[in-house]
Design a protein around this ligand. Structure first.
Ligand code: IPM
Ligand code: MN
Length: 360
């Protein structure tokens, strides 16, 4: 199979973790006889520096012409505390999501048994945690009408039934291939948009997906349940802003933010990115954890329906983590750098890991 992949490494640790994901994709290509070609483009703060725009037109064109996008991270501290900044790195990502119609953001949260002790929760609470958040990504308060004067501001949250239905359908179908449970998270006791979500999704549960165990939960309660009973969730479906917050909450369960991948799919080219940010303090030091980026590449392979290849990547990562090797955040028996971890996963993919471990 031949696929064109757009690489958008972005800022901070983005480039170094993306490089490891590419190593692993190349190892997959070698083992399974595929050809992946890459085209790199600027996004985020680096694109502001180089082109005055966090999403230059050339980058968008590269993405539209590709079969999938591997995204690193964006953000730079110099923008973080400047409410007056006219251009911000985040605008690049938001415009990219909107331009590509990436309405479904899929964030799996699973805990590796061998790393469960790193979780801020008690080990018995996180054992068996394995859920997926479906976050609506191109609507709601992120993209509504907004305005600010010196003394007043507003952000409008709007949703149409059609916007809700299309992501709900993906989430229900996903649940069908898992443990068959879907939790809709909303704030229907207060918000009209949430009442629409509740009405649309409940009706779909009743008419189209009677085989799925459907439940709903208020977002404040869900924030609590994710900490108290995280293993009870299977598929969580929610709107843009609630999904942003809950997925960050959930991301700490496995013990490091550096472990979790994500996929954003929709109308045009799908995008795959680690859920962690640009972590500027660590940039260039070879200490970043590339696992989230590598697992994002696995989700990219799934998107190409290369499921055996994707599982090969996931198994390689698991094998290495379970053997006690990891980046500094994992406090492993043997600590390695970002690049070495990428090398090791690549070796494991092509079946050369055993030799390497023996000679360590
Ligand atoms: C995320 C990020 C983005 C979001 C930011 C960078 C705009 O936090 O992907 O979750 O809020 O969606
Ligand atoms: Mn976020």
């Amino acid at each position: 199979m031949h696929k064109k992949i757009a690489l958008l490494p972005g800022d901070g640790i983005g480039p170094e973790v993306t490089e490891q994901a590419v190593k692993v994709l190349n190892a997959i290509a070698q083992r399974f006889g595929h050809t992946f070609t890459y085209k790199t483009a600027d996004v985020g703060a680096i694109a502001i520096d180089r082109h005055g725009d966090p999403l230059p037109e050339a980058t968008l064109q590269t993405c539209l012409a590709a079969d999938a996008i591997l995204f690193g991270a964006i953000g730079h501290p110099r923008f973080d505390n400047d409410p007056a900044a006219k251009v911000r790195p985040e605008q690049g990502l938001l415009r990219l999501r909107k331009s590509l119609g990436l309405f479904a953001n899929i964030r799996p949260v699973a805990v590796y048994p061998s790393l469960a002790h790193l979780s801020p929760l008690k080990t018995e609470k996180v054992e068996g945690v394995d859920f997926v958040i479906f976050r609506e990504l191109t609507g709601g308060i992120y993209f509504g009408d907004r305005n600010r004067t010196a003394t007043d501001a507003y952000d409008v949250c709007a949703y149409s039934a059609a916007e809700i239905e299309r992501i709900a359908r993906l989430a229900f179908e996903y649940a069908r291939n898992r443990r068959g449970k879907l939790t809709l998270v909303d704030k229907a006791n207060v918000l009209d948009t949430s009442r629409l979500w509740r009405a649309v999704v409940s009706e779909m549960a009743r008419t189209e997906f009677p085989d799925i165990r459907f439940e709903w939960m208020y977002v404040d309660n869900a924030a609590m349940q994710i900490i108290q009973w995280p293993a009870d969730f299977d598929v969580i479906l929610t709107e843009n802003m609630f999904g942003d917050i809950l997925s960050d909450e959930a991301s700490v369960l496995p013990g490091s933010m550096g472990l979790l991948p994500s996929a954003s799919t929709g109308d045009k080219t799908a995008l795959f990115e680690p859920i962690h940010g640009s972590y500027p303090q660590a940039a260039g030091q070879d200490i970043a954890n590339p696992v989230a980026a590598i697992l994002s590449a696995a989700m990219l392979l799934d998107h190409f329906e290369l499921n055996e290849e994707a599982n090969t990547v996931r198994n390689a990562v698991k094998e290495i983590l379970e053997s006690g090797i990891g980046t500094p955040d994992l406090k492993a028996a043997r600590t390695v750098g970002c690049a070495e971890l990428g090398d090791l996963v690549g070796k494991a993919v092509v079946g050369e890991l055993a030799n390497l471990q023996m000679g360590k």
